[in-house]
Structures are given as C-alpha cells and as structure tokens.
Write a protein that binds this ligand. Structure first.
Ligand code: ADP
Length: 414
C-alpha cells in the first residue's frame, strides 16, 4: 500500500490545529482543532470530511499537548484514519521560527530539535509549542518522518539590506537581532498561485502579497524569492493588525517605561494584545468595524483609516523595492473577504497602474480571481491562502521524493 497521506499539525501555546490530507489529489480527509489545552474547558472539534462524516466534539479536560495529540489520534482512528495507518507518509509541523539557516522544510532529527530549541529566546511563545508537538508525534509514531516547515523559511532569501536593522552590528549579531519575517508558507503559496493566475512561471513575475488576517504582513516577491517583508524579529512589526500595533517609534517603549511607569511585560502585552484595531476602536473583526462605520461610528472610521493608511504605505514601499510590479495579491481573512479594504488600499493609485473594478471586487468567491480592470497595468488579485496545503505539499515533496534531510545548520544561529 502506498503512503500518500500527510498529517499537518499547527501547535500553538494552548491549541493544536490539524488536517489530514491525501496528497494524490490534495484532498482533505479530516480537519480539527483542540483548544484551551491545560484548562478545564478544553475542547476538541473534529470534522471527518469523508462522505457522511459528521463533526464531533469532545469536551473532556485535556492536560497537555501530549494528551491533545492522543485525543486527535483517537478521533482519527474512529474514522479509520488512525496514525498507525501505513498510508500515513509523514507528519508536517508548522514551526514559527527557524532563524536564519532553516531555509527550507527539514526532516526532524535530534540536531534539528536542538536548533529549534535554541531559537526559543527569539520566539518564546511559539517554538516551545512546536517542539512539544513534534516530540509528542515522534512518541506516537517513532518510525515516521516528522518534517518541520518554518514560517520564516521563505523570507531567508531577503538581502541583508532588507533583513538587517540599522543597529550596532556586533550587538545585533550577538542577540540574533534581524528581520526574519513570518507567514512565510502563506506568502510562498500565494505568490506562486498569483503567478499561476497570471499564466506565468513564478520566476517571471514580481508580486506584492498582502496577508491580512488577524495577524497581517506584506511581502515583496521578485521572481519567486522574497526580497522584503513587513514583520521583523517578531510578528509585531509592520502593518496594523487585529490586536498588534505594527510599526511604532521604538521610543514609545522608553516613554511608556520612564514616563508611564509601565513594566516591560505590560508594554509587551499592550503592543501585542491591546493595540492595532482593538486598541483603536475596541473591535478587531473587520466585519464589525465596517458595520460600525456604516452606523456612523467615528472611532471605527479612524481605526479603519489608520489600517488603510499603513497598508498603502507598504504597497508604495514595496513598489519601490521591486521597481516593476506585475500583481498585488490580497489574502487571508480580511484580504479575501473585505472588499472595502481592497478598494481603499489601492484607491487613487492609477498613477502606479493600480485600480480595482467595483463589480469584480464585490464578487464573493473562494477561488483565485482578478479584481482589476482588464486593461490595468498591474493586476490586482484575491488569492485565498492555504497554509495547511502548503505545509503538506512541502512535507510530501521532501519525504515522497526521497530527498536527503537538509544539511545540519551551522552554529551561527541567527
Ligand atoms: P488568523 O490570523 O487568525 O489566521 P484569518 O486569516 O482567519 O486570521 O482572519 C481573521 C479575520 O478575518 C477576522 O478577524 C476578520 O477581521 C476577518 N474576516 C473574516 N471574514 C470576514 C468578512 N466576511 N468580512 C470582513 N472581514 C472578515
């Protein structure tokens, strides 16, 4: 029996999202989510996607990631899709931070685990969860390849001019401070899908990708390689997000500490969880913000305007970085669904060859599509992202094609 299935695991600090895919046709066999791990109110929602499968919910307390994965394995078994199946080719893990040297998906071994662990200081919230997910999966299926797919990998092609902050070089290097970028699997997938929509090879086109979800980032992709992206050392830099500030003058932090008397942890929480749209108007859901704007709410209007202003600045910046742009692609929850955001982001930019056709922009669809007029110099597109499919594809390409694992990264960890 051939092994064509890939389980994709996305382990967060208190959650695990998973999908089981059959790579013969990239179809999904089951999807699910374990939430509130470690709390009494844990919940597992499992949806088998085979004919006739009904969604199921388990609400017993789930103590840790190990228990979560065992519960997931149990649900998959009930559908005849257990982790012991010989049809399972590999498990692909989303790992948020791969530093500078994990430039591609990598079969996990002890050295790779050690490396992910050594990157914890630059990803304290994310990498520990990924490690736990990988170690638990290894225990469940020690014989199976576990593949780490890094959020940062796509951005490792950025030139030093984009990746370095203008800081003292020795201090920056000592503390591994540089711009790593995140959402890499999405930027990779969407930039390729945009080239496909244009009928071209990725190597032939320059694309600005706008990944606008709860977290948001922009990237400039030249001929298939990322040359700049808006997130930096952490996913805090760049665009206005649901709860994150994006760019602020770093002196805001000194000011809040010295004058505002806030601790570093308080400032960290302020910028990451009480800023962005939620800080500006109390809501981080773009649907709710649009509804409030329609009712004449001034705070919601201002939040929207600040969000759009920042987005337009990045479009302009990446236009200049690329020199020539073939397409701008909107993706993720806001980018795929919020027509007013797309319209406002490029309004008045005809001088740059950018325009949106009102009717095309209003169409709701889950398919990649153009929303610019036919004669536009630069295509504007909506391209739904699919990070799980990208992780599964990268995992299967590595395992299925029988590649050697990536060479062990050097000791220079940045
Ligand atoms: P995450 O970063 O959590 O993966 P998503 O890409 O799923 O986020 O995006 C979630 C966001 O998408 C929501 O907070 C909401 O602002 C936005 N969103 C989802 N559906 C719509 C819609 N129909 N109209 C406008 N915004 C939407």
């Amino acid at each position: 029996m051939s092994s064509t299935r890939v389980l994709v695991l996305n382990s967060g600090s208190s959650s695990v999202k998973y999908q089981l895919l059959d790579m013969r046709d990239s179809s999904r066999l089951a999807v699910g989510l374990v939430e509130r791990i470690g709390e009494r109110t844990s919940r597992l929602r499992h949806t088998p996607l085979l004919a006739g499968g009904e969604p199921r919910e388990v609400t017993e307390p789930i103590a840790d990631h190990g228990a979560a994965l065992k519960a997931v394995a149990g649900e998959l078994s009930r559908d005849g899709l257990g982790l012991d199946s010989p049809e399972l080719a590999a498990i692909g893990h989303r790992v948020v931070h791969g530093g500078k040297h994990f430039t591609r998906p990598t079969v996990v071994d002890d050295a790779v685990l050690a490396e992910i662990e050594r990157l914890i200081p630059v990803a304290p919230l994310h990498n520990p969860a990924s490690l736990t997910g990988i170690r638990t999966a290894q225990r469940l299926r020690p014989d199976l390849p576990q593949v780490a797919v890094f959020d940062t990998a796509f951005h490792t092609s950025m030139p030093e001019s984009a990746a370095r902050y203008a800081l003292d070089v020795e201090i920056a290097d000592e503390h591994r401070i540089r711009r790593y970028g995140f959402h890499g699997t999405s930027h990779a997938y969407v930039s390729r899908a945009t080239a496909k929509l244009l009928g071209k090879d990725p190597s032939e086109v320059n694309v600005i990708v706008l990944h606008l979800g709860n977290g948001a980032s922009a990237s400039a992709v030249r001929g298939g390689s990322c040359v700049d992206t808006s997130m930096g050392l952490t996913p805090l830099e760049g665009l206005v997000m649901g709860t994150r500030s994006g760019d602020v003058d770093p002196a805001v932090i000194f000011h809040l500490s010295r004058v505002g008397g806030m601790s570093m942890d308080e400032i960290d929480r302020l910028l990451n969880t009480r800023s962005g749209l939620v800080g500006l108007c109390g809501d981080n859901d773009m649907r709710e913000i649009r509804r409030r704007i329609d009712e004449g709410d001034e705070r919601a209007r201002l939040a929207f305007d600040i969000y759009i202003h920042r987005l337009r600045k990045y479009i302009g910046a990446y236009y200049a970085v690329l020199g020539k742009v073939d397409a701008i692609a909107f993706t993720a929850g806001v980018g795929e669904n919020a027509a007013p955001v797309r319209e406002a982001a490029v309004a008045g930019l005809e001088g740059l060859g950018l325009a949106v056709d009102g009717e095309l922009n209003a169409v709701r669809s889950d398919r990649p599509r153009f929303i610019s007029p036919e004669d536009a110099r630069v295509a504007v597109a909506v391209v739904p992202t699919d990070e799980e499919l990208e992780i599964a594809t990268q995992t299967y390409a590595l395992v299925g094609a029988g590649h050697e694992p990536s060479p062990a990264p050097s000791n220079d960890l940045t």
